[in-house]
Design a protein around this ligand. Structure first.
Ligand SMILES: [Zn+2]
Length: 373
């Protein structure tokens, strides 16, 4: 600046301009992170209304009183808002009130739908990770390599990240095939895969996940949670997808109490995840969470456990966004319908990336409402 003083008036103007643009360059926007969380096959009924007493009654049979059931005592309340807050207290009382919003409650005039015809898991994840329904290519849950690159692979390439910084932790083993088109592009830990390292607790969990098991192709979500959090601390990923799956397994088994308990556990995992993220300068107020599901399930007590192309209700999903770049809080009201194919572009946009560079035909990113600063 001292040199500027010696110059003529017009040179001073140019000099000041140069100094101010230098200052602008010095204030680079903080790098963003994104955490995608999926809860497999969670219906809008439970998400927005908690315990569905008609489903519980039908599960118990008409000779038993729902009021006597432990689940009723724990989760029943007179309004949907009070019931869901009993089931997922962190999600509703903290996350949605203080930091984010959720679309998809038909009672509020908001809908989120899958655009694939299948309404089952792999087609749902293919849609949300690649940005389009893939009805011609992904029609079942069979283990086949995803035929298109995913948003995870796009993020890694565009930001020139190490594979460990773009990570997927999934309870369902088929994510080995779903998470990436090119094997090894990103870090994937799915099913009963061990998590590497010398941490004695992790080594113990590795042994336990093989002993405490209920299904051939899926571990308990608690192991997915523990490994994902260990990875967050160790590798500090910019993109993390945590895919919880137990809600879907219990629902297919027709076990409504266990389905709700699995959802309540996920609420605790979200609290643990959020608390840790907010304790870290790299992540605090620089991380977008997108929380959603791969498909819905049937609407009625007869069909709540099922989902496929001809089960009515299975096309209806929900989607929550928690972002420092979005001012919305609570439930969306009277909003245009969102599609599952918008998730990939929304995740990319949260990192400042234009997903159309990978797939111009993918769903558009969900428009955010930036907070006034
Ligand atoms: Zn599913």
């Amino acid at each position: 600046m001292a040199a500027c003083k010696l110059l003529s008036r017009s040179w001073i103007a140019i000099c000041l301009l140069a100094v101010s643009s230098l200052a602008t360059a010095a204030v680079k926007p903080e790098p963003r992170n994104v955490v995608l969380v999926t809860l497999d096959g969670v219906r809008v009924q439970e998400m927005f209304g908690g315990l569905d007493v008609a489903v519980l009654q039908s599960a118990l049979g008409k000779d038993r009183r729902v009021e006597d059931h432990d689940l009723y005592r724990r989760y029943w309340a007179a309004t949907p808002e009070a019931r869901r807050a009993k089931l997922m207290p962190f999600f509703w009382n903290t996350l949605m009130q203080q930091s984010g919003s959720i679309a998809g409650n038909p009672a509020r005039g908001s809908r989120v739908q899958v655009s694939n015809r299948m309404r089952i898991s792999y087609p749902g994840y293919a849609e949300l990770l690649t940005g389009q329904a893939r009805d011609a290519d992904v029609t079942s849950n069979r283990k086949l390599r995803i035929p298109f690159p995913t948003v995870a692979e796009f993020v890694r390439r565009e930001l020139a990240l190490q594979p460990a910084q773009v990570a997927t932790f999934a309870s369902w083993e088929t994510f080995d095939w779903i998470a990436e088109h090119t094997d090894g592009n990103t870090y994937v830990n799915a099913g009963f895969a061990p998590y590497p390292g010398n941490d004695p607790l992790i080594r113990q969990l590795d042994a336990l996940q093989l002993q405490a098991r209920a299904w051939p192709g899926e571990r308990f979500d608690v192991f997915t949670q523990r490994f994902a959090l260990a990875h967050l601390q160790r590798h500090r990923p910019r993109y993390l997808h945590i895919a919880y799956g137990n809600t879907d397994e219990w629902a297919h088994a027709g076990d409504y109490p266990a389905t709700l308990q699995a959802l309540a556990l996920v609420d605790g995992y979200l609290q643990e995840l959020w608390t840790w993220l907010q304790s870290q300068p790299q992540y605090r107020d620089r991380t977008t969470l997108v929380i959603t599901t791969d498909h819905g399930r049937g609407n009625t007590p007869a069909e709540w456990a099922n989902h496929n192309h001809d089960v009515e209700g299975a096309q209806n999903i929900w989607l929550a966004i928690v972002s420092p770049d979005d001012a919305r809080r609570g439930e969306w009201h009277a909003a245009p319908t969102l599609q599952q194919n918008q998730v990939a572009a929304t995740v990319a946009a949260a990192l400042g990336l234009d997903y159309a560079r990978q797939d111009p035909a993918a769903g558009q990113p969900i428009a955010l409402q930036p907070p006034s600063r």
